[in-house]
Write a protein that binds this ligand. Structure first.
Ligand code: ATP
Ligand code: MG
Length: 443
């Protein structure tokens, strides 16, 4: 990645979010305040990347910001920290406007006790890494670098601002951010920063599981997920965040926990992560958790995966999909020989496409062609929605009308009928009802 040299703000012509971020700075400056783009958006801008969001830092205090933009167009999202959200027109281009501040002290390793409004120089010092500590004036096109961030960006180094041990002690989430951000931009870790991470890795647990999960989500959905996970493992962080992976990472031979052959070993897991193509979080996480549990015992692996998801406070459906995928990772291998009903039910499941993507990544990681995945993809592509997920021709109401009462047998009948429908043996309601009355006579 090359650094943008002329600092031209015109890099993204078609960007309403950028226009809004420039407009907010202009409005503040015209009212006599200092106002600058700050942090991640400056870093992204220097790298020629489109920022995901824009932050503006100013010497206006929160009340002044709200007064200037109007109560109706602002939201006090972190007034205690001096952060006001300025709404973009039509919901596009919300900008976070934060008053220059100093933070401290950090007593719990998670958040500052209080903040004091201050200057850009001091505001830079409270930020985590030098490349995240830059300011930029989009009107005068001037860069303000109080921490050597531009040089580090040029040299491709991620370095904590100030004493790394101190900075990681203040907020332990920064340990995980270091892994994510360095991998994301292909940066080497500065030696002192890496050493501090190694020393403090086991303290990441004081951070809430929600914040950890948020970082994990960003890591696993980004194209650099493989590098980030590998780096997290090397630095001893991954085994703290997900101790269940420890056994897989150090090799199974010494383990007393399980002597079963793993479904995939650690290197293949990393490869599989690299072979995923724009996965959602659940697919990324399921891939990461594949080496847990033996090859023969997928239900047990799925159970452990579900526990991990609960610990990370993921939503119910996130947890359900992740463990569903972990459990069925090799199910596709049996698909060509399975009944039509079984194929349609598994592949037509709402998570079926992710299962295919998982199977493909694993097959490639193991060095083989993704034969099953390709078969399943062709199978799905060859069916219409009606063939794959038809409305049942007979429903529970029909059975009740036939004097059957709901229960286990009732369910079995409906299940068998639907399978027959998926097989193409029953095509309409009439045939369905006839099948039931024949069947009831026999049974
Ligand atoms: P992303 O592209 O993921 O949004 P970002 O660097 O912009 O990356 P944000 O979480 O949006 O990250 O934070 C914006 C800025 O706030 C950062 O660039 C950094 O300067 C500062 N920052 C965020 N989190 C921390 C933290 N935990 N400790 C210190 N500074 C932080
Ligand atoms: Mg950001």
């Amino acid at each position: 990645m090359n650094l943008v040299d002329d600092y031209s703000t015109d890099t993204f012509h078609d960007e309403p979010a950028r226009d809004q971020a420039v407009a907010v700075v202009r409005r503040l400056q015209q009212a006599g305040f200092k106002a600058l783009w700050a942090g991640g958006c400056v870093r992204d801008f220097l790298l020629g990347l489109r920022p995901s969001d824009y932050d503006v830092a100013t010497d206006a205090v929160p009340d002044q910001v709200r007064q200037l933009f109007g109560e109706r167009h602002t939201l006090a999202i972190g007034a205690a920290f001096g952060v006001i959200l300025v709404r973009g027109p039509g919901g596009v281009g919300d900008v976070e406007v934060a008053t220059f501040r100093t933070e401290g002290p950090y007593n719990d390793g998670r958040r500052p006790e209080r903040v004091v409004f201050s200057t850009p120089e001091e505001d830079a010092q409270r930020r985590d890494f030098t490349i995240n500590g830059l300011f930029y004036d989009p009107l005068s096109e001037q860069l303000f670098d109080y921490v050597g961030g531009r040089d580090d960006l040029r040299r491709k180094v991620l370095r904590a601002i100030g004493d790394p041990l101190e900075r990681f002690t203040e907020d332990k989430l920064r340990i995980l951010r270091a892994v994510r951000i360095s991998s994301r931009f292909g940066l080497e870790l500065d030696v002192g920063t890496a050493e501090a991470i190694r020393q403090m890795a086991n303290q990441i647990t004081v951070v809430s599981q929600e914040r950890i999960a948020q970082e994990l989500k960003k890591i696993l959905t980004h194209p650099t997920r493989r590098q980030a996970i590998e780096r997290g493992a090397t630095l001893g962080i991954l085994e703290v965040v997900i101790p269940e992976l420890r056994e897989a990472m150090i090799g199974r031979s010494t383990s007393a926990v399980s002597h079963e052959t793993p479904f995939v070993d650690w290197l293949a897991t990393l490869d599989a992560l690299g072979h995923l193509n724009s996965p959602d979080f659940e697919l990324g996480l399921a891939t990461l958790l594949l080496p847990i549990g033996g090859a023969g015992n997928r239900p047990a692996a799925a159970k452990i995966a579900a526990q991990i998801c609960r610990r990370l406070k993921l939503s119910t459906v996130e947890g359900e999909q992740t463990s569903w995928l972990v459990e069925r990772v090799s199910a596709l291998e049996e698909m060509p020989g399975a009944t039509l009903a079984m194929q349609k039910k598994l592949l037509g499941h709402r998570w079926g496409r992710n299962l295919i993507a998982l199977s493909r990544a694993v097959a490639i990681a193991r060095g083989g062609p993704p034969t099953s995945a390709e078969y399943c993809e062709r199978f799905l592509d060859g069916l219409s929605e009606r063939e794959l997920r038809p409305e049942p021709v007979v429903t529970g109401d029909d059975l009740i009308r036939m004097q059957l009462s709901p229960g286990k047998r009732f369910k079995e009948i409906l299940g068998t009928l639907y399978d027959l429908q998926l097989e193409g043996e029953i095509e309409n309601r009439e045939e369905g009802l006839k099948w039931i009355s024949d069947h009831l006579k026999d049974g």
